[in-house]
Design a protein around this ligand. Structure first.
Ligand SMILES: *[C@@H]1O[C@H](CO)[C@@H](O)[C@H](O)[C@H]1NC(C)=O
Length: 271
C-alpha cells in the first residue's frame, strides 16, 4: 500500500515538472546544407520562461514568450540561425560550414515559482566531400630505376581527409612493401588531401584502382557501416597497367594518364 502511494506521488510529481523529452541534433551534415535541431519538452504544470540554445557553451539562440518578438539570435562563428524556421521547439541553421561542428545544447527554464530547468545535448560534425575523384600520377625518375612501376594517388580536398586504398585486379593491396605513405597535405579552410604511393610489379597486365573514402570521424574504422550507407562518399580512379619491359614504361605512363583523365571524367559524370 505504501509502495502504491509512493509510486503515485512520484508520478504526479513527475507529470507536474518541466522535463526534456528529446533533443535531436543531426550527427553529421555536409557543408552547405542546413541543419535542424529539435528540443522536445513537457512543461507539466509549469509556464515557459525561456528556451536557450548553446554551441560549446556559447549561446546563439533564445526564445522567451514574454518578449516581443520572443526570438533572439546571437552571432557566433559558423552558426547562422534562420529565424523564420525557428521557434520554441526547433532551431534551423542556414548553410553550415566546417566551423559549425560542435556540441549543441538546449536548455529549457520555467517561470516562477518553480524555476525548474532541464537540458539535453548532441554533437554535430560538418564534413566536406571532395569535388574531384582521386588522381593517379606517375613519377618518371622512380619509374626509370626499378622493375616496379611507381604510381601515386592523391585525393581531392575534403574534411576529414580521405582514406585511400589501392587494389590490383580487384584485390586490396595490404603489403606494406608495396605501399608508400605520405603525410596529409593541408589546404585553406582546413581542407585536407591524402596521398598514397604504390609499387606495381611489372611484367603482366593488371587493373589498378585507387579508392578515396571520406566519412565523418566518428565513423572511421567501421567500414562495414560506411560501405552501405550514404554517410560515406567514395570515389575511385582506375587504370590498366600493361607493362612488360623497362623500355616501354614511359609510353605506358603517358597512355595511362590520358586514359585516366577520361576515366575520371566518366566517374564524375556517374556520381
Ligand atoms: C606522391 O604525391 C605526394 C603528394 O602529392 C607527393 O608529396 C610525393 O612527393 C609524390 N611522390 C612521388 C614519388 O612522386
Amino acid at each position: 500500500m505504501y509502495f502504491f502511494f509512493a509510486v503515485l506521488s512520484l508520478l504526479v510529481r513527475e507529470s507536474l515538472l518541466l522535463r526534456i523529452v528529446r533533443v535531436s541534433v543531426p550527427s553529421y551534415r555536409v557543408r552547405g546544407q542546413q541543419a535542424q535541431f529539435d528540443c522536445d519538452y513537457e512543461l507539466g504544470g509549469d509556464r515557459l520562461y525561456s528556451v536557450k540554445w548553446y554551441r560549446d557553451n556559447e549561446e546563439f539562440y533564445r526564445y522567451m514568450p514574454k518578449y516581443d518578438p520572443p526570438q533572439h539570435a546571437y552571432k557566433i562563428d559558423g552558426v547562422k540561425v534562420d529565424l523564420s524556421k525557428s521557434n520554441d521547439r526547433r532551431v534551423v541553421l542556414h548553410q553550415v560550414t566546417l566551423k559549425s561542428s560542435g556540441l549543441y545544447r538546449c536548455e529549457v527554464s520555467a517561470e516562477a515559482p518553480s524555476f525548474e530547468s532541464a537540458a539535453g545535448e548532441g554533437r554535430m560534425e560538418v564534413i566536406y566531400l571532395p569535388r574531384e575523384g582521386p588522381r593517379i600520377t606517375g613519377n618518371e625518375q622512380e619509374n626509370k630505376k626499378e622493375d616496379f612501376l611507381f604510381l601515386n594517388c592523391t585525393s581531392g580536398r575534403s574534411y576529414p581527409a580521405a582514406v585511400l586504398s589501392w587494389d590490383i585486379d580487384g584485390e586490396k593491396v595490404t603489403d606494406k612493401n608495396l605501399l608508400v605513405e605520405y603525410p596529409l597535405i593541408q589546404h585553406s579552410h582546413g581542407l585536407l588531401s591524402a596521398a598514397l604511393g604504390l609499387r606495381v610489379p611489372t611484367g603482366r597486365t593488371m587493373q589498378v584502382r585507387c579508392t578515396a573514402r571520406v566519412a565523418p570521424a566518428w565513423r572511421e574504422g567501421s567500414e562495414a557501416v560506411v560501405g552501405n550507407s550514404q554517410l560515406a562518399d567514395s570515389k575511385e580512379a582506375m587504370l590498366l597497367v600493361r607493362s612488360s619491359g623497362e623500355a616501354s614504361t614511359l609510353s605506358i605512363m603517358l597512355l595511362t594518364l590520358s586514359f585516366l583523365q577520361l576515366l575520371s571524367s566518366l566517374i564524375q559524370s556517374e556520381t
